[in-house]
Design a protein around this ligand. Structure first.
Ligand code: PEP
Ligand code: MN
Length: 685
């Protein structure tokens, strides 16, 4: 026996030596490839290698599938090795967070990822996905490794939610073959088990096996490896856990059954997250992930997908998820083979932004060398664009001349030419843009429950579609009423909800955006902030319509360029609002520039509405200018109304009384506009 074991040890070391030799050859290949423009992954060549080794294995009486599994890992490692070369990764340490305890699958996947990049990690496990992401966002970690989908149980919703909500970027991915086992403190019959602990994903992935154990209660635990630890600590022989065999061994448990997942090929895909996006060398096989919200017309999703397929990007994943706060509306998570550093991918993304309502690019990252073997519900992807094209493209980039003269236009995505029709934005059950005419009405500022509630009910009864109310107020004097802040937002939301109206309110600072986007239906960027570029970029990152007021002294071109800031971040849902500009005229508070409506409608596909309250500053001029705006082709109005305007804490002079508002709405319905709109307005009055 001893000598047999010695022989075996020798063979094992021999295998490791051969792997080292293989890596030496790969290094030499990497150096050759470094000089060229060819991609480092060659699917045709990989297939050849796999076919050759499995044929050789079969001849020698070794399982072909074992040979393929081993060589897939070797090839994957060698692609990573070459990528490391191109990236110039110099090793080093990274602080890495994951969900769960040591020896959880996330821990193992994180280690595999680090090894593939030649990094060493200081690893910290957190109780929840959110805690791990929080540590990354707080700067306490460099990378977070979180599971995003499993081939048996599907997507991991919570991680998708984090990607949607937080400024996180995907910079890498890793796959891990999940090998669940059932383990307990002692060798006991399965029928004696009363409780089985695991992470909900672990329980879900073994649901068929669990059904075969009628006496045992599946019990969720925060982590698979943690469940093993708990079983070891309790020493109760009727309690077992589901996790990896490594975790069982680590806690001294007895493995009762292996391979208990419903589906044998059970893989989990992990994403590697960072606070900043990565740039990937064009020769490295690369994937890009994004979140997409499409328009509400039939065919809108198809148009977006055609932008990707038409530009030669093959899609590896398309998943629809409910859009939070928008019942029966969906957003899509898309992965495709492409690299944002590639001009063709960048152009496709620009086109996609024009075809969609919201696009958040989650990042480009090196794809794992090989897709997992064909598995249920997944289409095997095609090889990427031909090598030849790639090389040509690289040369073209190097040789691309700089534009001869600066372009006169400072925007492209909001340009009328970027989209076929008008942008139509959905707010609650009302569409802004196109043929509709939308009235947003309410007080300048939310002052009290009684005030906002009475106004909400009144304007709703008289045909308004959206409730306005400022809670953070940009006032000229610091001694004027500054708004009720977040408490005011609660009052506004409650009033809107009870009247059945979506709400619009102004966001003044970058750090208010995400919180406000959780509940407010439209985020208003005020005239004074029209060129607050940080604020524009931030509202461009959330999936909420934005109303962008024209600056006090801004040209139409500057205004459209400001809208471009929002749209360029991915949020296409911008409504422009003309609210008067500063001129030498002093009879009115501002000069309402209605010609801007005609100009904007010519130059841009975005909807444009008019605010005659701020435009004139005096309530008796509001109705005539509202009518004129409608006749000029505006898509709607923003109107200040107050139950007792003379007592208003802000903009008293320009706020309409309830009576004036009712009369305005009657008058509007009589103005010729699109038939649908007139009918819609008179139906509600
Ligand atoms: C408002 O709508 O109350 C407001 C402050 O508007 P503007 O930014 O146009 O002055
Ligand atoms: Mn106001």
């Amino acid at each position: 026996m001893a000598s047999l074991r010695e022989g075996l040890d020798e063979v094992d070391i021999g295998i490791v030596r051969l792997i080292a030799r293989r890596r030496g050859l790969i290094d030499a290949i990497a150096q050759v490839k470094e000089q060229g423009t060819a991609r480092i992954q060659d699917p045709g060549r990989e297939q050849e290698v796999l076919d050759r080794v499995s044929a050789a294995a079969s001849e020698l009486g070794v399982s072909a599938s074992l040979a393929r599994t081993i060589f897939r890992e070797l090839i994957s490692d060698s692609v990573a090795q070459q990528a490391r070369h191109l990236n110039g990764d110099a090793g080093g340490r990274a602080r890495v967070v994951f969900q769960g305890a040591e020896h959880s699958y996330s821990h193992a996947a994180a280690q595999k990822y680090l090894a593939s990049r030649g990094l060493r990690g200081d690893m910290t496990g957190h109780r929840t996905f959110r805690d791990a992401a929080g540590a990354l966002l707080a700067g306490d970690a460099d990378l977070a490794v979180l599971p995003i989908e499993n081939t048996t149980a599907g997507s991991i919703n919570e991680v998708y939610a984090l990607l949607r909500e937080q400024p996180l970027y995907i910079i890498g991915e890793e796959t891990w073959k999940v090998d669940h086992c059932l383990a307990a403190a002692a060798e006991v019959p399965l029928s004696s088990l009363s409780k089985i602990l695991s992470h909900p994903q672990g329980l879900e992935q073994c649901s068929q096996f669990l059904q075969s154990l009628p006496n045992a209660m599946p019990t969720t635990y925060f982590d698979t490896a943690g469940a093993m630890q708990a079983v070891a600590a309790s020493a109760d022989p009727t309690v077992a856990a589901i996790a990896s065999p490594e975790a069982a061994a680590m806690h001294g448990l007895v493995v009762l059954r292996r391979g208990i997942a419903d589906i044998d090929d059970n893989y989990t895909r992990f994403v590697v997250l960072s606070g900043t996006p990565a740039t990937v060398d064009l020769r490295i096989p690369c994937k890009t992930s994004l979140i997409l919200v499409t328009g509400h017309e039939e065919g809108d999703l198809l148009r977006c997908l055609e932008v990707l397929s038409g530009s030669g990007h093959s899609m590896t994943k398309l998943e629809s998820r409910p859009r939070p706060g928008r019942p029966w509306e969906y957003m899509f998570f898309v992965d495709f083979e492409g690299n944002t550093a590639d001009p063709r991918t960048a152009a496709a993304l620009d086109e996609l932004r024009s075809a969609a309502l919201f696009v958040k690019v989650l990042g480009s990252y090196p794809a794992k060398a090989l897709k997992a073997p064909a598995r249920p519900g997944e289409v095997q992807s095609q090889p990427g664009p031909a090598e030849q094209d790639r090389a040509e493209m690289l040369e073209a980039v190097a040789a691309a001349p700089r534009p001869a003269a600066p372009r006169s236009r400072q925007y492209k995505l909001v340009d009328r030419a970027a989209r076929e029709g008008d942008t139509v934005i959905r707010v609650g059950d009302v569409l802004v843009g196109g043929d509709g005419f939308v009235v947003m009405a309410g007080p300048c500022s939310v002052e009290s429950h009684e005030q906002i509630d009475a106004t909400a009910r009144f304007v709703r009864e008289h045909g308004a579609h959206v409730l306005r109310g400022g809670v953070f107020k940009p006032r000229t004097s610091p001694y004027s009423f500054q708004g009720l802040g977040w408490e005011g937002l609660d009052l506004l939301l409650a009033a809107g909800r009870s009247a059945g109206l979506p709400v619009i309110t102004e966001v003044m600072a970058v750090d208010q955006v995400r919180r406000m986007a959780e509940t407010a239906d439209i985020l208003q960027v005020g005239a004074r902030n029209m060129q607050n570029f940080d604020l524009l970029r931030e509202v461009g990152k959330v999936d909420r319509p934005v109303l962008l007021k024209r600056g006090l002294s801004s040209t139409v071109e500057e205004w459209l360029a400001a809208a471009e800031y929002v749209v360029a971040q991915g949020n296409q849902q911008v409504i422009l609002c003309e609210r008067g500009i500063r001129t030498f005229e002093s009879a009115t508070r501002n000069t309402l520039d209605l010609s801007a409506v005609a100009v904007v409608r010519e130059r841009s596909h975005l909807p444009v509405i008019v605010d005659p309250s701020h435009g004139t500053g005096q309530r008796r001029y509001v109705a005539p200018m509202a009518w004129a705006a409608r006749a000029a082709g505006a898509h709607g109005l923003l109107i200040e109304v107050h139950p007792d305007p003379d007592k208003a804490l802000s903009d008293a002079d320009q706020s309409l009384t309830f009576g004036q508002f009712a009369e305005l709405m009657r008058g509007l319905a009589a103005i010729p506009g699109s038939p649908a709109t007139a009918a819609q307005l008179s139906a509600r009055t």
